[in-house]
Design a protein around this ligand. Structure first.
Ligand code: NG1
Ligand code: ZN
Length: 541
């Protein structure tokens, strides 16, 4: 009863504003921070404690709203290996968030009984340990206060990391939970994170040189100060390292966050942030507000803006890893594959299958689907076109790479590069800073300019349109969202339209984050891609 009283007392300052409904979506809870998010965060604290007992491990909580406007915020849970919360628990999170203050203690007790049903006594007595971090939004501190109130109420132990990027928090969770095991991931400190990455970078760069500088737009988010910190650990250009020009790293002006800058701006607007001073052919990249997404771009000699999105980073990574695996003599032992969604440009898929001769798996939209599919390869490369992605190395791959004895210097270099890649890449989740360093390393290895990278294949012209519909729930898909099974007859109509276009491909699906249906179309020419998109949009309207 003391516990239940504590829960009730703790949540008293955080009622649900009238009529609010919350849902744990693809990226956790996300909304305007002043619409009762502290209530939601409190319930997430309660759930995290239950989850920690259930898994007998440390659970992570990240407070961020990524690329959303400055007045938004959000919260998500991180499972023990640094992966996203298991899907079956998203429903519990939603139920608890929508519980009124009066019923909170009861709901908590009910959830404990339901989820810790197996060996309820032992599990209840287990300690619950939680780690958390937040981005730079001004609503952060008050949300952390609500979170701590929940954790104190249920007697959980916790560590507050303060400011972290989302992928840094994922890294910490995995480090804490793998300490003193054969799978130790690293030291669970920021210093440990930077050292691991910088050491891997130095190994993989041995004997190579990065040409020119890279301008990194940090969306005026938490990635700015963190990237500045990492730079202190990296060799400078003069020392054979890297020249990173950090821009948009102002975290003191809250309203500047994600405003006219950042990965989402660049990808959606298809242009460089106005603040960028980079000249023609200069390498640029943009992170998003919590630094889990990155896209590259440059302006070519004709002044045309060129975007190198997640598809391009994925193929770049695959080229490099396949080449290193071959040089290491491990091509037969390591099954390398790429995971994409239906939004990946058809030319990238063809390039991977026909030129690189690697398998491509297509999954539904949403990072967790891609992540799981990638885990089935020895080396699984996955990226969404928007720049969120990473590369997974299986235990078998890690062991094979680390235990193979090189027979000549070439093989040794390849093995060292693969081994360092395992450490350079944040395998828990997409990490803009880590992905950026990896892309830089690969470009240096191949001595590729931005033009070279762009010319590996030519994107098919494409068009993405958002269609407002009366009820998007009637749009049901199969085959990784590429075919509609409902409404009846729609797919036949789309298939017929597509057959009229050279290299035509199109699909429609309900968005998981907005109240709309998205139609994607690509074809041989820009004109055709646009016409196809328009016709398919007419079918779903
Ligand atoms: P929806 O709204 O379900 O299409 C969008 C993005 C995804 C992903 C999620 C956020 C497109 C076409 N879709 O999903 O790639 O980033 O938001 O998790 O860009
Ligand atoms: Zn993000």
């Amino acid at each position: 009863q003391a516990l239940l009283d504590a829960i009730n007392a703790g949540i008293a300052p955080y009622p649900i504003p009238d009529g609010r409904k919350y849902g744990y979506g693809t990226a956790g809870f996300r909304m305007k921070a002043n619409l009762g998010l502290n209530h939601v965060v409190y319930t997430v604290g309660l759930l995290a404690a239950i989850r920690a007992k259930k898994r007998n491990a440390t659970i992570g909580i990240m407070i961020t709203a990524s690329h959303n406007p400055a007045e938004d915020n959000g919260v998500k849970l991180v499972d023990p290996m640094g992966d996203m919360l298991e899907q079956s628990w998203e429903g519990y999170a939603t139920v608890l968030a929508n519980t009124s203050n009066e019923e909170m203690a009861q709901a908590y007790e009910h959830l404990v009984n339901e989820t810790l049903v197996d060996e309820i006594r032992q599990l209840q007595d287990r300690p619950a340990n939680i780690v958390f971090g937040r981005d730079t939004r001004t609503s952060g501190p008050s949300l952390i206060k609500a979170l701590k109130a929940a954790l104190d109420a249920v007697g959980a132990t916790y560590h507050d990391y303060g400011y972290l990027t989302t992928p840094q928090l994922h890294y910490m969770v995995r480090c804490v939970n793998t300490q003193n095991t054969p799978y130790a991931f690293g030291e669970a400190t920021e210093d440990g994170y930077y050292k691991k990455m910088a050491n891997a970078f130095k190994t993989i760069m041995y004997g190579r040189k990065i040409h020119g500088s890279v301008t990194a737009d940090c969306a005026n988010g938490v990635g700015g100060p963190k990237l500045q910190e990492l730079i202190k650990y990296l060799p400078t250009a003069a020392e054979g390292g890297i020249d990173i020009k950090v821009i948009n790293d102002d975290v003191l002006k809250p309203e500047a966050l994600n405003f006219d800058c950042g990965a989402d701006y660049v990808k959606t607007k298809q242009k460089a942030p106005p603040s960028s001073k980079a000249g023609p052919n200069e390498r640029c990249c943009s992170l998003d507000g919590d630094a889990d997404r990155v896209v590259y771009y440059f302006t070519d000699s004709n002044g045309v803006f060129r975007l190198l999105d997640g598809d391009r980073i994925a193929t770049l990574g695959a080229v490099f890893l396949a080449e290193m695996a071959e040089k290491a003599g491990l091509s037969d032992k390591l099954k390398i594959g790429l995971v994409q969604t239906a939004y990946a440009n058809g030319a990238s898929t063809e390039y991977v299958e026909k030129v690189l001769k690697l398998p491509v798996v297509v999954t539904p939209t949403g990072v967790k689907h891609l992540h799981h599919a990638a885990a089935r390869f020895d080396i699984g490369v996955y990226f969404e076109a928007n720049g969120h992605g990473t590369i997974l190395f299986s235990d078998n791959a890690t062991k094979t790479i680390r235990e193979t004895q090189p027979k000549n210097p070439g093989q040794k270099h390849a093995l060292d590069s693969l081994s360092a890649s395992i450490d350079l890449i944040n395998q828990t989740v997409g990490d803009a800073i880590s992905d950026m360093l990896f892309a830089e390393v690969v470009l240096a290895h191949k001595a590729w300019t931005m033009e070279n990278w762009l010319n590996t294949y030519i994107d098919l012209p494409n068009r993405l349109v958002r269609v407002e519909v009366h009820d998007r729930s009637i749009f049901k898909t199969e085959d990784a969202e590429r075919k509609l099974v409902s409404p009846k007859g729609a797919q036949e109509e789309i298939t017929r339209l597509v057959s009229n276009y050279t290299k035509g491909r199109s699909f429609a699906r309900a968005s998981g984050t907005e109240d709309a249906v998205r139609v994607y179309a690509e074809a041989y020419s820009k004109h055709e891609a646009e016409a196809l998109a328009k016709h398919v949009a007419d079918v779903v309207k």
